[in-house]
Ligand binder design. Sequence first.
Ligand code: PLP
Length: 381
Amino acid sequence: MRISKVVEQIPPSGIRVFFDLVLGMKDVISLGVGEPDFVTPWNIREAAIYSLEEGYTSYTSNKGLPELREAISRHLKNRYGLDYDPEEEILITVGVSEAFDLAMRAVITRADKILIPEPYYVSYGPIATLCGGKPVYIKTRVENGFKIMPKDISGHCDGKTKGIVLNYPNNPTGASYSRKELSRIAKAVLKHNLIMISDEIYSDLTYDFKHTPFAALPRMKERTIYLNGFSKAYAMTGWRIGYACGPRDVIAAMTKIHQYTMLCASIISQEAALKNGERSTEEMKREYKRRRSFVVWRLNEMGLECHKPEGAFYAFPSIKKTGLSSMEFSKELLKKEKVAVVPGTAFGPSGEGYLRISYASSMDKLKEAFIRIERFLKEEV
Ligand SMILES: Cc1ncc(COP(=O)(O)O)c(C=O)c1O
């Protein structure tokens, strides 16, 4: 009776449920968590130390430090030719997590429908529900590289559909979209008058082609809320720093909510994020790319079919051949060989028959983990 019905109805994160099993086990190799195995580059950490020494310990403007908003604006202009006014079109948030929550709260009026391609990042559906919206899941298929097709968007729209969430490169499948593929989606977005909430947190970890922000497509900037952050590319998950860019009215609405809930992101993290970490990002990206080749090769070699992820640091192999469910496979693998992976079902029912394997782990650990997985397949399946 005490707890809100809406909160009761949303499930706990499938990733966390599984990782509670891992807690307390010894010698486990975890390929489960979605965070870089690198420490934040030194020049960024040094900037935080310096800011503390200087006594920067106050609130900042609600929107975030003007210098940081200006730096983000310059970065988006230089890299993608995107124009965002740092004063009115950029908001600094507590990670993409907060930015996503604000975007949902800002656009959803009761019972509005939000399209979410599946498999999905675990937060999307629950946050849409918490904001009074109705998540509508659209299955993607391995035959299409786990990418959403424009006809699927049309097939799921009705008069109550307000927006669509796109995450690319994708967690958990690693799928990403070329400019041409995005243009086709843009047509559907326009046709159904949708707002695009584009979570591009892995944009800097795109391996085979140049990343195109959705907002950079013709006529899309005015209907896109572009979300990005520092957690993945700069190995800054613990700093909790991200940002949203979008049309003035949407950013003003998001800022209003942010004022009442967060006030502002941590000044120390904002000062640190001002430091340019791009060189380190390039080095980390090269290493992830090397690991991607190894992981995809090993999985296919041992008979677990795996498409090549185009970005992020996840492989999403099929285990259908084994006859085990995703949960059975993951639990048994953990019990017998002490390797932790995430069952595909943590990302929605269409993840059944798949696993998410994170290669944000050292090459030595990956090598050992795959020896164990191979043994598990030979002896237990
Ligand atoms: C797709 C996606 N979006 C958002 C987040 C959360 O990012 P942040 O650390 O910026 O809150 C994650 C973290 O795993 C993610 O995978």
